[in-house]
Design a binder for this molecule. Structure first.
Ligand SMILES: NC(=O)c1ccc[n+]([C@@H]2O[C@H](COP(=O)([O-])OP(=O)(O)OC[C@H]3O[C@@H](n4cnc5c(N)ncnc54)[C@H](O)[C@@H]3O)[C@@H](O)[C@H]2O)c1
Ligand SMILES: O=C(O)C(=O)C[C@@H](O)[C@H](O)[C@H](O)COP(=O)(O)O
Ligand SMILES: [Zn+2]
Length: 367
């Protein structure tokens, strides 16, 4: 079992290993919770709820609540239903919520645990690759209207338990979604991780170097969170690709686009703008990068660019200041900075990007 320690306002351990879901009972014993409510979604429940319940219940009274899978569960309605459940099950301040699932379950269950009785115990058991990002750092949230994560908190977990075996049941599309955040971490902070990834035409959880890649990616997140837990400065870099990415995720939500796939297009947009700002001959957004991402299966264009709707959503981004839209840009790989633009500038940049990406013959359309 590997261990990574996060030193934030609350310090906690991230434990990573094969089949460690079966050890969850012993692992949470030191916390002496009087009851644990497992929150999971239907897909994850089908694979892993029995195992986790069986491992927990000899150690602590355990109840479970299963939500529908998908982003629409990060809602006020689902938030309220879980709060009602905790109340009915008589959880108290010595109890804990255990999020067994991907980023949706983690964000929602984390927000519930941060608000129920003004905050109870919170254990993260990430089940998707993407959740190597979402389970670390304490951002918990739900969506409102079409704006992502607009109601939320910074609420660090007590413990993160990452059973790598659970990644083997992820679909290719969901794996690719999570890999986008790994590539993001490489681009903003760890160029040797990026180089290692770019030498591969396929990334799989069965790869011999996968554990190393996963840990390197978690370390990027850990280090940034430790430095700026509440996003007053460099934590914004973790939002690389997310200004447009979140807008794509919201505007095309009925087309089953994942978070990571949307963010990957947002990353290309941020690189496109970076190149314009840098005025250098070497292009960060280049044919090699586009070809590599296409080989990995990313679809980097959309059929019908709804520029006005995307811009409206971008205007509600949490990084904005007085209607100035923030983008995370790179001076070079591994050298991020933040720059604000007005609506008209972003509109022009987006039109230019659409023209650029549409010229690439092999680029597929996400939706
Ligand atoms: N809090 C943060 O710091 C942070 C970071 C990144 C993303 N996010 C949020 O995370 C969410 C995306 O997370 P996600 O991609 O994990 O989505 P998700 O939780 O919806 O999981 C993706 C899909 O995979 C299924 N799944 C999960 N684990 C599985 C497994 N082991 N086997 C089979 N199926 C499995 C789920 O049921 C779901 O259908 C978005 O809402 C995003 O905003 C939050
Ligand atoms: O942890 C962070 O900080 C991030 O920005 C990580 C992102 O990958 C993640 O999608 C996060 O949920 C975005 O947060 P938001 O504050 O932009 O809603
Ligand atoms: Zn993200």
């Amino acid at each position: 079992m590997k261990e990574i320690n996060v030193k934030a306002s609350k310090s906690y351990r991230i434990l990573i290993g094969y089949k460690i879901r079966n050890e969850i009972g012993q692992l949470i014993e030191p916390f002496k919770f009087n009851k644990v409510a497992i929150i999971t979604d239907v897909n994850v429940a089908q694979h892993y709820l029995n195992d986790v319940t069986a491992a927990l219940s000899p150690h602590v009274p355990t109840v479970s609540y299963v939500i529908p899978a998908g982003e629409h569960s990060k809602s006020m309605a689902e938030f309220e239903r879980i709060q009602q459940f905790l109340l009915a099950e008589q959880l108290d301040r010595n109890s804990a919520v255990l999020a067994l699932g991907g980023g949706v379950v983690g964000d929602l269950a984390g927000f519930v645990s941060s608000t129920y009785m003004r905050g109870i115990g919170f254990i993260q058991m990430p089940s998707s690759l993407l959740a190597h990002d979402s389970s670390v750092g304490g951002k918990v949230a739900i969506n409102l209207s079409n704006v992502k994560n607009v109601i939320g908190q910074f609420y660090q977990p007590d413990l993160v338990i990452y059973d790598q075996e659970m990644l083997t049941t992820l679909s290719d599309q969901e794996f690719r979604s999570g890999l986008a955040e790994v590539i993001k971490h490489g681009l903003i902070d760890n160029v040797s991780l990026l180089k290692e990834l770019m030498n591969k035409s396929k990334v799989s959880s069965h790869d011999s170097d996968f554990a190393h890649i996963l840990e390197a990616s978690i370390h990027v997140k850990r280090a940034i969170v430790e430095h700026d837990e509440r996003e007053s400065s460099i934590r914004q870099y973790l939002n690389f690709g997310h200004t447009l990415g979140h807008a794509i995720e919201s505007v095309y939500s009925t087309s089953f686009v994942t978070h990571g796939e949307s963010v990957m297009i947002g990353i290309l947009f941020d690189l496109y703008v970076s190149d314009l700002e840098n005025e250098s001959d070497s292009q960060l957004l280049n044919q090699r990068l586009v070809d590599w991402l296409t080989t990995l299966g990313y679809k980097l264009n959309v059929t019908n660019w709804k520029a006005e709707e995307l811009l409206t959503v971008m205007l509600a981004d949490k990084k904005n200041d007085t209607q100035q839209i923030a983008l995370i840009l790179l001076r070079a790989y591994g050298q991020p900075y933040v720059k604000h633009f007005d609506y008209k500038q972003i509109e022009t940049l987006l039109n230019g990007f659409v023209e650029y990406i549409t010229q690439h013959p092999n680029v597929k359309k996400l939706c």
